[in-house]
Design a binder for this molecule. Structure first.
Ligand SMILES: Cc1cc2nc3c(=O)[nH]c(=O)nc-3n(C[C@H](O)[C@H](O)[C@H](O)COP(=O)(O)OP(=O)(O)OC[C@H]3O[C@@H](n4cnc5c(N)ncnc54)[C@H](O)[C@@H]3O)c2cc1C
Ligand SMILES: Cc1cc2nc3c(=O)[nH]c(=O)nc-3n(C[C@H](O)[C@H](O)[C@H](O)COP(=O)(O)O)c2cc1C
Length: 570
């Protein structure tokens, strides 16, 4: 770079410089050289950041059966390029899911086939993300779902992928958009939104880039159950548990976040499996994710309670039994179609998928309850097989906790489901356990003295036995933290009344709040509650706002894009 003579002069001068003089001299030289050479003098870390700022790169992946998603994704990639972003087009049938961890911006166009199933060629990708606990905390994503609203499970695959990415820790930077058969216009709005959001995000990440975040996977917390209370009256057919967990370590979460937990299988089921197969319970076995004794694998790590159809099919192949396409528990499978011996069962252990975490909306607030206590609200789920009652694995597991028992969990960020600024009004619609995040919202707003108004729509079966958190809600009403409370108890009257009916009755006021900038949150059962509530909101916007059906849809979509309409439904 420098001639030998100049280099010698520079060396001679620098030898005699004090530290401060050297710093001054470097600034002096930089000043002479101007900005361009300053960039050259930046450490590689900063240089990369500046370059990154100029090149924003996204991956646009598609999953297709009949070609619509591919055609669309290809056209959308062209638009992205024209807007100045780099784009990699990827077919999900070819895409290695392990590469997800290397992506920053990942967008998916995917259709739904069969009865709410992924396109055949995207199934491998779909199964992989659902069966593996990959850490996607560094990924920002969005989903464009293609479907046909004449099918009962409209855009189910897109929804599944969207939710699964969230569960795996990825950050949804734009809400899912579900398109019917005439998808072109919807899709072009979606891609505009993608470009706009990526530009905003890239600016933000280059601002934050000075302190690169090293991903260390999900942070696990150890806690002890400090209280467990059935919120339903003894006369109720339901059991909903308010569970408080104490930790030694300080917790960090926002209202709207969820607690993730991996349930354990019952010891008696594990013992029965061991007896049936004759396997040595203490034998150490290495699976794709963990090495542990057979007993520990079955108790803590594997999904044995409800095998996927694909696992049952593999089981049939290994054992040579002819088994119909079904989902059932490993114990039932072993009872009906036994393995030949312990060695064959070892092969079966290798095909059983890892236990999936379950999420529960956090119902406490750091501001109100401190940072070493966290609450959840768990409905004990039940289902019937041959008229025999069974309980869901995790909700059953949690409902049997005793005070003092230890529990490991992690926090799933609130994402889009979070409180607006303190002075903004909110409408919360949360029947059943949908109340959980709203209890957190209310405690938070109460503790921080937020001035925005809070309106809650709550419902369940019976007023007397199923009014969850009744005393607290009435206190919040008295103190004014809860400004409006509307209740719908479906089984108290001859005609069933649900939250959407209460919304309908308050249509004028609801619309007035929306026009005034209120945010609307819906939490609880996806079907039919969230669908019916959305339909009611659209009708309100249409009737009260004197808008066409299409304009009402756009109105709600705009709210969603602005973060003023958020759903946490399951
Ligand atoms: C973001 C989010 C927030 C949530 N918040 C809450 C909350 O606040 N409170 C809450 O209670 N829940 C919440 N959930 C739901 C919760 O995560 C669980 O899905 C729910 O508790 C059921 O899980 P489970 O393990 O008890 O049931 P699972 O064991 O997973 O069973 C679920 C269903 O699968 C079927 N099934 C399972 N095993 C078998 C079998 N052997 N044979 C036949 N069918 C079977 C049954 O239909 C059963 O009902 C939330 C979910 C999400 C995604
Ligand atoms: C056999 C079949 C089953 C389908 N099942 C569903 C479904 O369950 N839900 C849905 O929303 N759309 C369903 N669709 C509609 C497709 O998702 C829709 O036609 C889409 O545009 C196809 O996109 P693709 O060519 O990218 O696969 C189905 C289509 C076919 C042909």
């Amino acid at each position: 770079m420098l001639s030998e003579t100049k280099l010698n002069v520079l060396k001679q001068i620098s030898e005699d410089l004090s530290r401060d003089e050297a710093i001054w001299a470097s600034g002096y030289l930089a000043g002479i050289a101007g900005v361009t050479s300053l960039i050259a003098a930046l450490p590689p870390q900063q240089l990369n950041n500046s370059t990154q700022n100029a090149v924003k790169k996204i991956t646009l992946a598609y999953g297709t059966e009949t070609g619509n998603s591919k055609k669309l994704a290809t056209a959308l990639a062209g638009i992205v390029k024209k807007k100045g972003l780099q784009v990699k087009l990827a077919d999900l049938s070819q895409y290695k899911p392990k590469d997800l961890a290397k992506e920053e911006f990942f967008f998916i166009v995917i259709s739904t086939q069969g009865e709410g199933e992924p396109p055949a060629l995207a199934k491998k990708f779909y199964d992989y993300i659902h069966e593996n606990e990959i850490d996607l905390s560094g990924l920002k994503y969005g989903v464009l779902a293609l479907g046909d609203s004449s099918y009962p499970l409209f855009c189910q695959t897109g929804e599944d992928v969207d939710l699964r990415f969230e569960i795996l820790g990825a950050q949804r930077i734009i809400p899912i958009r579900k398109c019917d058969i005439d998808y072109e216009q919807e899709a072009s709005h979606w891609i505009e939104h993608v470009v706009e959001t990526v530009n905003k995000n890239a600016d933000q990440s280059s601002k934050n880039a000075a302190t690169p975040k090293v991903s260390t996977g999900r942070k696990k917390y150890q806690g002890k159950v400090s209280a467990i209370i059935n919120l339903n009256d003894i006369t109720s057919e339901k059991e909903t548990y308010h569970i408080e967990i104490e930790t030694e370590e300080a917790l960090a979460y926002q209202p709207g976040a969820a607690l993730g937990i991996i349930p354990f299988n019952s010891k008696s089921v594990v013992d029965e499996i061991i007896t049936l197969t004759g396997i040595d319970s203490q034998k150490q076995i290495q699976t794709a994710k963990v090495t542990a004794s057979v007993e520990e694998l079955l108790h803590k790590h594997l999904n044995i309670s409800y095998l996927l159809k694909s696992v049952v099919a593999q089981y049939a192949k290994i054992t040579g039994h002819s088994i119909p396409e079904v989902r059932l528990s490993l114990l039932d499978l072993l009872r009906i179609y036994p393995v030949k011996n312990a060695d064959e069962f070892e092969e079966i252990i290798q095909i059983v998928t890892a236990q999936a975490p379950r999420l529960y909306s956090i119902s406490s607030s750091l501001e109100a309850h401190g940072d070493t206590e966290i609450h959840i609200t768990v409905a004990k789920s039940e289902f019937f097989i041959d008229h025999q009652k069974h309980n869901g694995l995790c909700s059953g597991f949690l409902s049997e906790f005793k005070e003092g028992e230890e529990v490991e969990f992690y926090i799933q960020d609130a994402g889009h489901f979070k409180l607006p600024e303190a002075d903004k009004d909110i409408i919360m619609i949360g029947p059943g356990t949908g109340i959980a995040p709203f209890r957190s919202f209310l405690w938070e707003r109460d503790a921080t003295g937020a001035e925005g108004r809070n309106w809650l729509f709550f419902g369940d079966r019976n007023f007397v036995s199923d009014f969850l958190y009744q005393a607290e809600l009435q206190d919040f009403l008295k103190t004014g933290s809860l400004t409006h409370l509307d209740l719908a108890f479906s089984r108290d009257t001859n005609e069933k009344v649900y939250v959407q009916h209460r919304l309908e009755q308050k249509a004028q006021e609801v619309f007035y709040w929306l026009e005034g900038g209120a945010s609307v949150y819906v939490c609880g059962a996806k079907e039919p509650m969230a669908r019916d509530v959305e339909q009611t909101l659209l009708t309100i916007i249409q009737n009260e706002g004197k808008r066409s059906k299409e304009d009402a849809v756009n109105y709600l979509e705009e709210m969603e894009l602005d973060g003023r309409y958020a759903k946490d439904v399951y």
